[in-house]
Ligand binder design. Structure first.
Ligand code: IMP
Ligand code: MG
Length: 377
């Protein structure tokens, strides 16, 4: 945990590396957890006492009542989805209202963004991106085109009439916006910098991953936001000088949901087996994820872009029992001996291989779904 700086958790593949669980685990050490990009295209799955909780818009610090959860200016919020997420948390006995603070500069996903998302994909046909269809792209389009609707705008009188694009509104959207307005809305960029000055600790929670970044991902098969460390600065309003420790989260194998290039994709029964064992189905859309071997070239690239200090490895338990596993590095496959369990020397060998090829220390190994299933290296 860095003093006066923002530590960062990011995914280095195509999302679904298990960032939510890691943030939940690390959150014990932090006063604030902040989301800086993306919206409810994200699906961060947490398990607590056997119960599964999937978060889309709300930061993964929410299960701890002592943590402030900030939704930063770089995030896009769907008010209807936000309301149901708050209600879902209430059914688990969690009062989200107490700990969430939302940026007045965050943009609002409107009903027309969702229909435009579907329309855009239809037009692309075979070349479609495989969007989650949550309206993320069109919402960021409107932001960049300087015609977006921001959380702060909801406080002006007749906001729904002032924004012509809302005119096709549904009543449920207006109601959800009114619900959103009852939350703690602030200039979160000012708040975060003040909290850092006071010595409070802040962890930024990435959504999606470097492979999906608008600039450094596999364009055009990307999401519409900055998912990298630079995105933390822009999406929270902190200076690059205030970036602290950067955790890069990787899975022991790779997955991708949606279309676009995937170097190590498997089309055989091994891929099927990984998908089955790893339960690789999208937590937002339910779609089957494409599965493949670990791609260290992608890890090296992502680490260069994001300034990764340390890796977090998740889901190595899923590969237990394979005779051999493959890892892609320097443009070719390397075959390693598989492991029976995580005490097996062959697993240590796999960790060493990652270290030697990336020169990055693996600080945390996640060994299962519950928050406690963690080994610190
Ligand atoms: P969009 O952000 O919904 O437009 O989706 C663009 C691409 O990013 C599609 O391939 C999605 O499947 C992928 N994507 C978006 N969010 C996530 C995520 O949280 N995890 C994994 N893939 C995602
Ligand atoms: Mg996910």
């Amino acid at each position: 945990m860095s003093k006066h700086k923002v530590d960062v958790v990011l995914g280095l593949f195509f999302g679904d590396e298990g960032k939510g669980k890691i943030v939940d685990y690390l959150s014990e050490n932090y006063d604030v957890i902040a989301r800086f990009s993306g919206g409810n295209n994200a699906g961060h799955t947490l398990y607590r006492d056997g119960k599964k909780i999937v978060l889309h818009n709300i930061p993964s610090g929410i299960l701890n009542p002592n943590i402030t959860n900030i939704i930063g200016n770089g995030v896009v919020i769907n008010p209807i989805a936000f309301k149901s997420e708050v209600e879902m948390l209430a059914s688990h006995g969690i009062d989200a209202r107490k700990t969430i603070i939302i940026s007045d500069r965050a943009h609002i996903i409107q009903p027309n963004h969702i229909s435009r998302d579907s329309f855009n994909e239809q037009v692309l046909g075979d070349k479609k991106i495989g969007s989650t269809l949550k309206g993320i792209g069109p919402c960021y389009e409107d932001k960049i085109a300087r015609k977006g609707l921001r959380v702060g705008d909801l406080f002006s009188e007749d906001w729904d009439e002032e924004f012509p694009q809302v005119s096709s509104h549904q009543q449920s959207f207006i109601e959800a916006c009114e619900f959103l307005k009852t939350f703690n809305i602030q200039k979160t960029e000012v708040l975060i910098n003040k909290l850092l000055d006071e010595g409070k600790s802040v962890l930024a929670e990435g959504a999606q991953a470097t492979g999906l970044d608008i600039d450094f991902g596999t364009y055009p098969f990307v999401t519409s936001s900055s998912t990298t460390t630079a995105g933390v600065c822009q999406g929270l309003g902190i200076s690059p000088k205030r970036i602290g420790h950067v955790w890069g989260v990787i899975k022991a194998y790779s997955t991708r949901v949606g279309n676009g290039p995937f170097t190590t994709e498997l089309f055989d029964e091994v891929g099927e087996e990984i998908c089955k064992r790893g339960n690789e189905y999208g937590s937002t859309t339910g779609r089957k994820r494409r599965c493949g071997w670990l791609d260290l070239d992608q890890v090296k690239y992502g680490s260069m872009i994001c300034g990764v200090d340390e890796l977090v490895l998740t889901k190595s338990d899923i590969l237990c029992g394979f005779d051999t596993v493959k890892v892609w590095s320097d443009g070719q496959y390397h075959e390693l001996k598989g492991w029976e369990n995580l005490q097996d020397p062959n697993f240590q060998n796999f960790l060493n291989f990652i270290f030697e090829n990336t020169k990055l220390k693996i600080g945390i190994v996640s060994t299962g779904i519950e928050k406690e299933d963690i080994v610190l290296m």
